[in-house]
Design a protein around this ligand. Structure first.
Ligand code: NAP
Length: 379
């Protein structure tokens, strides 16, 4: 059975697991354009975890950017095998991920969790595929580049499509990507010596099922019912809590330590001091982060604002008189990371400190878009 076609959609799962919010058309998407990304001399793709929040966004981003492909294999678990999905007016049957899934695949986009990446990433590489992995499985592996295209594209310049050699490239954690999109242009100018990050993270960061849980709980609470807690062990609607990632012996949770370690690797600076507190807030989609920066060289707030206005992939929303600053809603389904609240840190002498507030869609720039920008650099 073919999935019903929505006027603005290039793809729609016949399964109903994905909340509607994830399927809402982006206003920026031109609806009249006929996409011609299917090309015989283009790479063959595989999307691993295609039914998930990130997997669905991979398809949207591929389509929006007209990414060229010869074929696409849609892969998920046994649970989804046999279901149909429509992508760019073609009908696809979702296949179960197996060791044989990667024969003849040039680029494999992985977003099915760390254990799936650990198991099947190396198999795909053996078959000659270039794997762009969204999980944390290989991020800190010193042989695997950890790439934000606007920040450290050179880290993957030795990896070439069509060489017959497979390779792994890791997509950083969503909070790291969003933070570094804003912090890196300032770092290049004045060198960050210390960074303090506090996050306000959305449900979408925990996948499609977490988004459904937030919606369901919100209804339940408004109806005076006991909220259903399946994904998170405590009430999420009308509440907030410390990020659900496991807490480590040093008291930090894994999400916080990802910000610490990944920043050092991406900036290739083992001395940069980073600390973080990561919080889950009842926002459907898009993370917000308060970032305090301490610099080696002076940088005043006007210059910082100019630098950020000219930074690729960044927009500045910083209107003090009207109290208009970035919000998660405003950046949802958008490519750019928004920065505002750009101000001198009054706790530091001179112009050696800045506070900024950053919002970014972490399914898009924090995951699928960043991965597809990586894949574009291979073309
Ligand atoms: N959400 C984010 O913002 C975000 C950001 C960066 C990175 N990531 C990472 O991306 C990955 C997926 O996240 P998500 O948010 O998209 O999760 P999700 O919505 O829960 O989707 C998980 C996907 O993995 C598939 N899967 C699960 N078990 C599988 C198996 N045994 N074999 C093959 N496929 C399997 C699922 O397929 P079925 O539908 O068949 O179960 C589904 O397509 C995770 O590693 C996550 O850390 C997520």
């Amino acid at each position: 059975m073919k999935a019903p076609a929505l006027a603005h959609h290039h793809h729609l799962l016949s399964a109903t697991r994905i909340p509607r919010t994830n399927l809402r058309p982006r206003t920026a998407t031109p609806t009249s354009t006929i996409r011609m990304s299917l090309q015989e001399n283009a790479p063959s793709l595989a999307v691993v975890g295609v039914t998930g929040a990130v997997g669905q966004e991979f398809l949207s981003v591929l389509s929006d950017r007209g990414f060229p492909y010869r074929s696409i294999k849609m892969l998920a678990s046994k649970r989804s095998a046999g279901k149909h999905l429509t992508f760019e007016d073609n009908d696809y049957v979702i296949e179960e991920l197996t060791a044989d899934s990667f024969d003849g695949i040039d680029i494999a986009l992985f977003s099915a969790g760390g254990s799936i990446s650990k198991q099947f990433g190396p198999i795909a590489v053996d078959r000659g595929s270039i794997v762009v992995d969204n999980s944390s499985a290989f991020r800190m592996d010193e042989n695997v580049p950890l790439v934000i295209p606007e920040v450290n594209p050179d880290a993957m310049k030795h990896i070439k499509l069509g060489s017959g050699k497979g390779a792994l490239i890791a997509n950083p954690n969503c909070s790291t990507i969003i933070c570094l999109m804003a912090a890196t242009p300032l770092h290049r100018c004045a060198k960050v010596v210390r960074m303090v990050v506090s996050t306000y993270q959305a449900a979408s960061g925990a996948g499609a099922a977490a988004m459904e849980e937030l919606e369901l709980q919100t209804r339940e609470v408004l109806e005076g019912k006991q909220p259903t807690c399946k994904i998170f062990k405590q009430q999420y609607a009308f509440n907030l809590f410390s990020h659900n990632a496991p807490v480590l012996p040093n008291g930090y949770n894994e999400e916080e330590m990802k910000l610490v370690k990944e920043t050092r690797k991406i900036w290739n600076d083992m001395n940069v001091k980073v600390t973080a507190t990561c919080i889950r807030v009842p926002v459907m989609r898009a993370h917000a982060e308060s970032v305090n920066l301490q610099f080696e060289n002076p940088l005043d707030e006007d210059k910082a604002r100019d630098i950020l206005k000219n930074a690729p992939g960044v927009v500045v929303i910083d209107e003090r008189p009207s109290n208009n600053f970035p919000t998660p809603l405003e950046v949802s389904n958008k490519d750019d990371v928004a920065v505002g609240r750009i101000r001198r840190d009054v706790s530091q002498d001179g112009n050696f400190g800045l506070d900024i507030f950053v919002c970014g869609d972490q399914i898009r720039k924090g995951a699928a878009l960043n991965a597809i920008q990586i894949a574009e650099m291979l073309l």
